[in-house]
Write a protein that binds this ligand. Structure first.
Ligand code: ADP
Length: 399
């Protein structure tokens, strides 16, 4: 059947639409007023009965072709828990009006087909049917109710499409995480072997030239860098699967920070790292993971600022019993737009992509570690002036 009009049958207002649309289709086909009325009455009767049983019916009016003959057809589908037969009141009258009436149903899903053969004198063909279809497709709503109905159905369609898109995106993201997990595990094994052999070569008792020693040190340094990238990839897939493991211990915060800053100052000799710490506190942390937080934030502070600029680390108690640790740099800063996305996985500001190496993993993992410790992370920044990253941790004594 070539569908010309479709109406969902939900309430009495739809009866008016069903009647008017059936009349109009019959009129546009060139049928007599008497036939138009008969067809529209049959359709309305069935629609009325269906609306009495349920609000999930759909009426479709169209043209069916059987070899060289055409028929005007109304098809009504609906679900009903009540058992129905063609002789039921409501269907009974409609059967008297149209030459062909059929009701079929299985497991509560019903279909009613009504058909009216169209005279050859109408000279119907594919072109005329397509013009008819186009006419109803473009026709204005009959009343404000139909307009709202159309808008609703458009909105439903959009929502369904968006849900579908969301599902697709989720699936792609899951595939990506799975790939990261496999890739990082595959990379880890040869890397561990490479590092072990480099260590063996470095500690050999055999005489080694200075040049070879220098090369071995370079291999060691680069494989350490590679190792930390692979580690980050592994962390991302663990974070995604909720598998980041923590070994929590109670530590004195100030001495922990002081140790971190000493380590980071030796790794970042071209920046001046200073600290101004508030009162000491006991915090429950996973030491290795918290080292990662300091290493990422201080590493970024140095990476995104000129050499010989300062990086200041401070701490202070909050009124809510948390301690906030702040890392302030004098670097390139970032736009308000960038600030909203920096904690997203793989996010990198557009302007830094060309100038600074990186994969956009550090802050995503850092924020995950901080929130898993019961804290928060946020940033204040001004372009060309610098950024201050803050993160908070719960104070054990208060908790
Ligand atoms: P990466 O540094 O590898 O790009 P991160 O996740 O650590 O990944 O950082 C994400 C993005 O946040 C960076 O690409 C950069 O745009 C921005 N960013 C992070 N730290 C700073 C900082 N201290 N100053 C300016 N921009 C920063």
């Amino acid at each position: 059947m070539t569908e010309v009009v479709s109406i969902s049958l939900e309430n009495e207002m739809d009866l008016v639409l069903a009647h008017k649309r059936s009349m109009k289709v019959a009129e546009k086909l060139g049928l007599t007023v008497a036939t138009q009325t008969t067809f529209a009455t049959a359709v309305s009767e069935v629609a009325r009965a269906v609306i009495e049983y349920t609000d999930n019916g759909t009426l479709t009016i169209g043209i069916e072709q059987n070899k060289t003959r055409y028929a005007l057809k109304a098809n009504v589908t609906f679900n009903s828990e009540i058992k129905l037969i063609a002789g039921d009141e409501g269907f009974y009258y409609a059967q008297k009006l149209v030459p062909e009436f059929e009701l079929s149903g299985e497991n509560g899903a019903y279909v009613i087909d009504m058909k009216l053969g169209l005279p050859r004198s109408l000279k119907l063909d594919a072109v005329k049917i397509s013009i008819l279809k186009k006419y109803f497709h473009e026709e204005q709503p009959l009343n404000p109710y139909e307009e709202i109905k159309r808008r609703n159905s458009h909105l439903h369609k959009l929502t369904a499409e968006q849900e579908e898109e969301l599902k697709r995106t989720k699936l792609i993201d899951e595939k990506k995480t799975e790939f990261i997990s496999i890739a990082s595990h595959e990379l880890k094994t040869p890397l561990t072997v490479l590092k072990a052999f480099t260590q063996m070569a470095k500690s050999t008792k055999e005489p080694v030239s200075d040049r070879l020693k220098g090369l071995l040190n370079k291999i060691d340094l680069q494989s350490n860098k590679l190792n930390s990238l692979v580690q980050q990839l592994l962390d991302i897939s663990r974070a995604e699967n909720g598998n980041l493991q923590y070994n929590m211990q109670q530590v004195k915060l100030n001495s922990f920070i002081v140790d971190q800053l000493a380590v980071m100052q030796s790794i970042l000799p071209n920046h001046i790292i200073s600290s101004s710490l508030g009162d000491d506190a006991d915090v429950m942390i996973d030491i290795l993971r918290m080292e990662q937080v300091f290493s990422n934030l201080l590493g970024n502070a140095a990476k995104y600022s000129r050499t010989n600029t300062s990086v200041e680390v401070s701490s202070a108690f909050n009124s809510d019993g948390h301690i906030t640790i702040s890392i302030k740099d004098q670097g390139i800063g970032m736009s308000a737009d960038t600030m909203t996305s920096i904690f997203d996985k793989f996010y990198r500001a557009e302007d830094v992509s060309k100038t600074h190496a990186g994969l956009g993993m550090g802050l995503y993992i850092t924020s995950k570690i901080v929130t898993d410790h019961g804290g928060k992370i946020w940033v204040d920044s001004k372009e060309n002036e610098g950024s201050t990253f803050h993160f908070s941790l719960p104070n054990c004594e208060v908790a």
